[in-house]
Each structure stands twice: as C-alpha cells, then as structure tokens.
Write a protein that binds this ligand. Structure first.
Ligand SMILES: [Fe+2]
Length: 297
C-alpha cells in the first residue's frame, strides 16, 4: 500500500539511483517549475535519501528559490568562497580570478562524512549544482546508511542502537588531510563539542540510519578510546562497501541533493592541472538528530 508521501510524488518520473536508494527525477525543469511541482520534488527527496535532476539551468536566484522549498537555507563558515551577493551559495572550485585569488574551496569534503556533524543541529541536506566539471575524476559518492542499518543482524542493531558519539570541530580541523587551518578563539567558542546518536531516526517515516562519520568523531561515550575508534573504523568500512554506495559522475547542469540524516558522502579527487571545476553548494538547516528509543537497562 502506498503511503501518502509516495502518493504525493506520483506524477514525477522517478528511477532509483541505486537499488532502493535515491531518485533520478526526469520530467522536471527546476527553473520553470511551479510551486506544486517543487513540493513534489521535496517529497521525493524526503522519501528517497537523494535526488538527481540533469540538464538544469540554475541562476543564483533559481538556486535560492529551489533550496528554500526544502527549508531555511544555512550559511557557510568560509564567507570568502561564497558567490558575491549570495551568502548561502558556496563555491567548490580550483578556479581563480584574474589576480590569482581562489574562487572557491578546493578538495573540500574528501573523506566519508556528513555535513556539520559537529553542530548540535547538523545541516539537513546538501545540494550541489555543476557549473564546470572535470572530464574525469571529481565524483561525489553517497553511502546509503539505511540499507546498511537494515542489513545488520538484530543483536548487532540492539548493541548499536543506544550508542552516542562525541563529535568535535576542533578535532576535525586539527586532524584533517586537506585545508587544515589555525582555529581562532572565536571559532573554538562557536563550535563546542556535541554528542549525537550513532543510529539516527528519520522524521519522515521512522527509518533508521547507521549515522557514523569520519573526521569529527572523537569518541564513543562509555567506551575506551582504542575500542571506540576501532568500532568507528569498522562501521565506516561496513557502510561504505560498494553495495551501499552510489557514485555520481558529474555532467554540467546536474543538480544532486542528498539527505544528511541518512547518508554519508565523500568527493573523489581529480587532476587539477588539467581540469577546472566549479560547483555551487547550498545547505538547508537541520534539526537535532532523533535517537532510537531504547529501554532503560
Ligand atoms: Fe560534505
């Protein structure tokens, strides 16, 4: 039986991106779509974990209209890489202006993670719009953490359901492979450590995701550090097996948007001596992660 959410998307032409995960939406032009059509796209996003729309033409105002259909847009930490006049549109790029200044962040987001996992209310979704793409490399990979959770044995689910993870922005910046920088006192104060559930419940339909990450994870509450990090490594390896991963090869005009409540993502590198890349990234504000209800021991 269809749910009301599924019924609300039935005029969209949808194909899965991979197995049960994601939605390639084929019959919508986002620039000219009316509000009712955009609402259907939003509902498809809520159900499928990620959406892809190809051959789109999106001016900055079109991007703002589209992202606002999903919720309140989130601002970005590094303001200097935002599109002038559009503080919610962040540029991922290896391109420079005529004076040699970088137009965007390069090699940002390499390593499996979920955006803003170090915040009390991590961003709900991330959208990328491809303006310039490399001929090879530079893929975006999404891991379906709902499928990964569902495949766990029942006793393993019961073991992981109550676990809580300590995330730290300071730990992330000081240990990252690319774009490491010196934190200011203000940045430290603005980003206090947070504790999140390891298993996250999706507010749309209650599906559960194995909400692990790398980079910001410092500790698992109640476990010895060695044991905790061994478990984190084991789980990240598990959820990022090829059977759970959709790898997106970019074309100009692609709009890819994923739900950070039930996916992990990473970028792959490309030959930046040969190719130029320009993508616009927009975020939607999120809510405090919902934990699995477990019985008190
Ligand atoms: Fe990211």
């Amino acid at each position: 039986m269809k749910t009301s959410l599924a019924e609300s998307t039935e005029t969209l032409q949808i194909k899965p991106l991979k197995d049960e995960f994601g939605a390639l939406i084929e019959n919508v032009d986002l620039q000219s779509a009316d509000d009712a059509t955009l609402e259907k796209v939003v509902q498809a996003f809520r159900l499928h974990g990620a959406i892809l729309l190809r051959n789109q033409t999106m001016e900055p105002d079109d991007l703002m209209r589209f992202i606002s259909a999903f919720g309140e847009p989130e601002l970005h930490t590094q303001k200097n890489y935002c599109l002038p006049g559009y503080p919610h549109i962040f540029r991922l790029s290896n391109m420079t202006d005529e004076d040699g200044n970088a137009l965007g962040a390069h090699n940002d987001g390499v390593g499996w993670h979920t955006d803003y996992s170090y915040k009390a209310e991590p961003v709900m979704s991330t959208m990328l719009y491809a303006v310039e793409v490399p001929d090879e490399g530079g893929e975006t990979l999404l891991a379906d953490q709902v499928a990964a959770y569902n495949d766990l044995a029942e006793d393993r689910k019961a073991q992981l359901d109550p676990l809580k993870i300590h995330h730290s922005y300071v730990h992330f910046v000081e240990n990252r492979e690319f774009n490491s920088y010196q934190l200011t006192d203000e940045q430290r104060q603005d980003n206090p450590d947070v504790i999140h559930p390891m298993i996250r419940v999706h507010p749309a339909d209650g599906r559960k995701a194995l909400w692990i990450s790398t980079g910001t994870v410092k500790h698992i509450i109640g476990m010895e550090d060695d044991e905790a990090m061994k478990l984190v490594d084991e789980l990240v390896d598990y959820v990022t097996q090829p059977k759970y991963v959709f790898s997106h090869k970019w074309q100009k005009g692609d709009v890819l948007m994923w739900d950070n409540r039930c996916t992990l993502h990473t970028g792959s590198l490309f030959d930046d001596t040969k190719y130029q890349r320009m993508a616009h990234r927009l975020w939607v504000k999120g809510e405090k992660p919902i934990a699995v209800e477990t019985k008190e021991p």
